[in-house]
Design a protein around this ligand. Structure first.
Ligand code: GH3
Ligand code: MG
Ligand code: MG
Length: 398
């Protein structure tokens, strides 16, 4: 992300640049001091941080100049009062009052957010064309990918087909209103899986309180200030992303990067479908204790990592590998019969090269029968045990 700072106060611009360099690893910034310098600049930046008043642009002429070129601007100002009347007020992303240096902290956080927003999909749901357009334009300004729908039914289709990260919805709409949309969303997604912001008119107090009880994350009362929209959206997404990170970390085994049993319990119970063909594979490294005893625990750890990496490189994107116990792993393969799963297992065996000069093998049991996940695991485990008893380095499916 390339940022241009336009600021005649050298102390302030230096401080700003220092903070950008220190805290925004993805950003690269340049500083200029005047409108005349700006006119000679090719304007190849993603974001412009502009002082409101420059010696050669006493009314913010340089800001209009940048906005005319379709660029994104955040204004830095000491003159909040005059600023309120500025012609460009509606066209900029936001403004920062330079009254104390804490605002730089906010600015840094804000730019970080803009950077992350580029990977997030926001869905706007409103039957009013002008509101939809307004929100779309503004959310695109703060870097989101925007989808829009004019009622709840349309919104649900979009949610089913796309990876939506945030929904902003009106309440009163034809076909399916905001409340029904929210109920439908919460049947599938928790508050931390897909946050929803309700747009309400000020005469709908009772109704929007109800939506909070139904699982809305936040609300915005129309007409709202742009600043309030930014703050609520950005704050919500900050929480949402942290939750996502924590959730993900909690379900991954730190040594091997495979999923852990928490993942198995949480997710697979949800996606497990009795009527769909699927295979469960239980694998166990042969004589692993001997590897530990001979080469030490650290080398043993390397073997475990190597085993998981080989499995991951061989299975499909829709399959999951889970560390079930110490050196015991489970692979979940949707839409796969045990005969098909066996072919994959042979591939894993073939791809299993030596690690640090140590050759090792594994045994496996595969099941595609059973009504529940635990039944399938039990059958696969019995077959794994058979494979061990009959001499190891075997894959058993019956
Ligand atoms: P078998 O062929 O019958 O499976 O024999 P094995 O030696 O592989 O099985 P056993 O269950 O006797 O021993 C497994 C060993 O795995 C014992 C345990 O200390 C070791 N182990 C478990 N977790 C880890 C780990 O995270 N790192 C390392 N290095 N070793 C581990
Ligand atoms: Mg073993
Ligand atoms: Mg074992």
């Amino acid at each position: 992300m390339k940022i241009l700072i336009i600021e005649d106060n050298e102390i302030y611009s230096k401080l700003l640049k220092k903070n950008i360099d220190k805290y925004l690893v993805f950003a690269q910034s340049d500083v200029i001091k005047s409108f005349s310098e700006l006119k000679n600049n090719p304007l190849k930046y993603d974001l412009y941080l502009c002082d409101y008043i420059l010696p050669d642009a006493p009314n913010g002429e340089h800001i209009d100049y940048i906005l005319d070129k379709g660029k994104e601007v955040i204004v830095l100002t000491q003159y909040e009062k005059e600023f309120k009347e500025a012609s460009f007020k509606e066209k900029i992303i936001d403004y920062i009052v330079k009254d104390d240096f804490h605002t730089i902290e906010y600015l840094i956080r804000f730019i970080k957010r803009l950077y992350k927003n580029r990977n997030l999909n926001v869905l706007v749901v409103d039957d009013s064309n002008s509101m939809r357009k307004y929100l779309r334009r503004f959310l695109e300004k703060i870097a989101f990918n925007v989808f829009d729908a004019c009622n709840g039914a349309e919104a649900l289709n979009i949610i089913n087909e796309n990876d939506i990260d945030l929904v902003i919805t009106d309440l009163n709409m034809p076909v399916m209103d905001g409340e029904e949309l929210l109920i439908n969303i919460r049947e599938k997604f928790s508050m931390s899986d897909l946050p929803v912001i309700i747009l309400s008119s000020n005469n709908q107090n009772q109704k929007f309180l109800k939506t909070l009880k139904l699982g809305a994350n936040d609300f915005l009362q129309k007409p709202f200030l742009k600043e309030e929209l930014i703050l609520r959206v950005n704050n919500l997404l900050e929480v949402y992303e942290n939750m996502k990170k924590i959730k993900k970390q909690a379900q991954i085994d730190p040594l091997t990067g495979a999923y852990n049993r928490l993942f198995l319990e949480n997710l697979l119970e949800k996606v497990f479908n009795v009527n769909q063909t699927k295979s469960i594979v239980m694998l166990d490294i042969d004589h692993f204790k001997k590897i530990n005893d001979t080469y030490g625990h650290q080398i043993g750890d390397e073997v475990l990592k190597h085993f998981v990496n080989t499995i991951k490189a061989t299975i499909r994107k829709t399959d999951f590998v889970i560390r079930y116990g110490g050196e015991e792993f489970l692979i979940y393969m949707p839409d796969t019969s045990k005969e098909e799963a066996m072919i994959v297992l042979y591939k894993i065996r073939k791809n299993l090269t030596a690690v640090n000069g140590i050759e090792y093998t594994f045994s496996a049991g595969i099941a595609d029968e059973g009504e529940t996940l635990s039944e399938m695991i039990k059958i696969a485990d019995e077959r794994l045990y058979c494979a061990k008893r009959s001499g190891r380095n075997k894959i058993i499916i019956k």
